[in-house]
Design a protein. Sequence first.
Length: 266
Amino acid sequence: MRRFLVAGNWKMHGSLEMTAELISGISRSVLEMASLSEQRELAYDILVCPPAVYLQHAVSAAQSQPVAIGAQNVNAHDSGAYTGEIALPMLAELGCDYVLLGHSERRELFLETDVQIADKFAACVAEPQRITPVLCVGETLDERKQGATEQVVGRQLDAVLNQVGIQQMKNAVIAYEPVWAIGTGETASPEQAQEVHAFIRARLAEHDAEIAASMRILYGGSVKADNAELLFAQPDIDGGLIGGAALKVESFVGICRAAQKLASQA
Ligand code: 13P
């Protein structure tokens, strides 16, 4: 049984004050919601990914709270002359549990390649695994219009799969984020998203059906409190990677509510 994961990507937003307030506000609300639910406990996982300079503050704020902390990027090397970069052992030392890899903004604006992303992924899952990677994949509007969605997502996935192998994928999370749905208010329909999620799972299953069935695949792109339930209800959608709506307690908790509700029906 896969547990839903509701993840917030704060991108380059926030402040020290907001970091503490958002994490404590989310924790308070989701625990209260859970205590009133049928299960009487949190039936899904929560992750927030603030900017790197706030990670330590976020880890402190999340102590004893039901919120895991993740970074938005990492360098593939453990140390060295890489000015401005942050290494995995540093994130692990801080207490980060997750790291986003290959977000479309990193691919597009910072020209990260499939190979670089695969190298970062390999560094995350090298034994003993230090941090759980959240591998982001997704097509642009042009690529979708050309009917190349599966080709693009397949290529992005294969770049990692071929480098690390399916056994090393099993402790990772995948996030399908169609670029045309990010920050646009235009969400993929539940059917459109499900179609790509099923494709991703089938691609993983070609290597190992059991691992494919156990992996969480999140949807990202204009997820809001009012569309989360329909998206998360799809058989291959295991939660969301949330941008804009992750910056306010109410909107993020509204999305968490959908996860709690669906988990109770499962
Ligand atoms: P929005 O939810 O703002 O569309 O952003 C999605 C995203 O990029 C999360 O990583």
